[in-house]
Design a protein around this ligand. Structure first.
Ligand code: NDP
Length: 328
């Protein structure tokens, strides 16, 4: 029998946590034959609700779930962690400036990065979901000097999946026929969903669509502002789709991308495509043997270049701000 994989989830009592934990416990994060132990981190006020969720997890009698522990201390929660999903974050509230938001989250992700550095297993893989995800991931990574930098990633898989869904809707293609969509830059309204390299049943997607105006005025803003549209319709932010994307991100990271396809993830830049080295920016990535690799050599056209640059400029500004605040 396999030794269980320790999965730490922060913000476990939140709404994404509620949609996420049952899928992890059922085997969808790592594979249907991989036993898991859950380690839930919450702030003290969240512990009781997390205990309630743990009761429901017990009641599912998941064959793969070999234990649930709940903590309000990061060092304990990340002890022995093989996978860490950092979901809990300080949300932006009315009147909050970007600096306030980054400072509040620096207070969460700095100590969590250090706790990962000091306590996690050697093969730790970290996915940051809590916003601002890219910069929160950067802060955590900078506090974990003993962990290889490429173990820290930020989630843009939801944006990636949203782009596939919109493209399928526009063209009438099946989701399963769409490959090589890319999200570039920041998980924010400046993100750039790129279909110039995407394929629909093997044919170039941008050529199939042949409608640059739809791209600029419909597709890109629809993908980038989908979160707000869901809040508007549902009266609550997207949770199940965000949890689904977190599952997809880690499953792909561990089990690999399909031959001839790639996915999107916020990973540490190696300077590819003019993205400053060290930033955690979204790229087209393949996964193999438990590692993401940035897809190289793509041609960036005149439509894409300024859009990638604008989102990367926002990441640079966020990094400069957290530097100024002494958070990295
Ligand atoms: P959610 O579970 O809805 O969201 C958690 C985080 O995910 C937020 O930062 C949210 O960003 C982000 N997020 C990323 N992508 C998406 C998306 N597509 N849709 C919605 N959210 C997205 O928040 P809740 O308030 O329900 O729960 C948060 C929990 O975290 C609480 O239980 C709180 O106690 C806990 N917490 C735990 C901490 C810890 O463990 N140390 C620290 C801080 C909080 P956005 O705000 O931009 O929507």
């Amino acid at each position: 029998t396999r030794t269980p994989v320790n999965v730490t989830v922060t913000g476990a009592a939140g709404q994404i946590g509620y949609a996420l934990l049952f899928r992890i416990a059922s085997g969808q994060l790592l594979g249907a034959d991989v036993p898991v132990k859950l380690r839930l981190l919450e702030i003290p006020q969240g512990v009781k609700a997390a205990e309630g969720t743990a009761m429901e997890l017990d009641d599912c009698a998941f064959p793969l779930l070999q234990g649930i522990d709940i903590f309000d201390d990061a060092n304990q929660a990340f002890s022995g962690a093989n996978v860490a999903l950092l979901v809990g974050a300080r949300p932006r509230t009315a009147g909050m400036e970007r600096g306030d938001l980054l400072a509040a989250n620096g207070g969460i992700f700095g100590p969590q990065g250090k706790a990962i550095n000091d306590n996690a297993a050697d093969d730790i893989k970290v996915l940051v979901v809590g916003n601002p995800a890219n910069t929160n991931a950067l802060i955590a990574q900078q506090h974990a000097p003993d962990v290889p930098a490429d173990r820290f990633t930020a989630m843009t898989r939801l944006d990636h999946n949203r782009a596939i869904a919109q493209l399928a809707k526009k063209t009438g293609a099946a989701v399963s026929d769409i490959s090589k969509v890319t999200i570039w830059g920041n998980h924010s309204a400046t993100q750039y969903p790129d279909i110039f390299h995407a394929e629909i049943a093997g044919k170039n997607a941008a050529e199939a669509v042949a409608d640059e105006q739809w791209l600029a005025d419909d597709f890109i803003p629809t993908v980038a502002k989908r979160g707000a549209a869901i809040i508007d319709a549902r009266g609550a932010s997207s949770a199940a789709s965000a949890a689904n994307a977190a599952i997809d991100h880690v499953y792909t990271w561990v089990n690999g991308t399909a031959e001839g396809d790639w996915t999107s993830a916020g990973v540490v830049s190696d300077g590819s495509y003019g993205v400053p080295e060290g930033l955690i920016s979204s790229f087209p990535v393949t996964a193999k043997n438990g590692r993401f690799e940035i897809v190289q050599g793509l041609d960036i056209n005149a439509f894409s270049r300024p859009r990638i640059d604008a989102s990367v400029a926002e990441l640079v500004a966020e990094r400069d701000e957290v530097k100024k605040l002494g958070l990295i």
